[in-house]
Design a protein around this ligand. Sequence first.
Ligand code: SF4
Length: 210
Amino acid sequence: MDVKEKILVVIDLLSKNYPEAKCALIYNSPLQLLICARLSAQCTDKRVNLVTPALFSRFQTIEDFALADVDEVANYIKPCGLYKVKSQSIVQMCRRIIESFNGRIPKDIKNLSSLPGIGRKTANLVLGEIYGKPGIIVDTHFARVTKRLGFHKLKDPAKIEYLMKEIVPEDESIAFCHRVVLHGREICRARRPLCQYCTLKKVCNYYNGL
Ligand code: SF4
């Protein structure tokens, strides 16, 4: 089976396992998703969803965040960890959107990923979720699962993104990424993957000792 056939098999199996796969972060606007994604670094989506209602009630617009006192933002997001760095980059990000993009969130990967605290992972997530643009969202789960399946032997997220972009059909890409992440959280865990319950084992290099 070549890589193009294999990816179709994996896409098919994952879509059966996780038909409803979608972003677990709760948001109501592109700004909120950008901030949620920034908060989710080294933090669970569940915890992010716990702190954001109060945060988004206090600060509602890009201008609100741009004018915010960094320490006040930090207080709201403390449970997410790295709160000093995250609060600073959220305020700086909103100032930059106003100063460099006339208060509009960029809709392209180059400008979006140039914002403070926003890397390609978050930029691809926002472009896919909000604007329906195809993209590969590489987080730690995605990198691990796709490596075990045998699609690459890479560590660098940008290289994984470019490689997977070549083989995942564009119209499947965002849902595929969400499903891979779910699979990584539930079955293909970092420590002791639950291979006995995994429907992908027949095409998995790690399982088959390849
Ligand atoms: S067979 Fe095991 S290693 Fe392979 S994808 Fe499934 S859980 Fe992960």
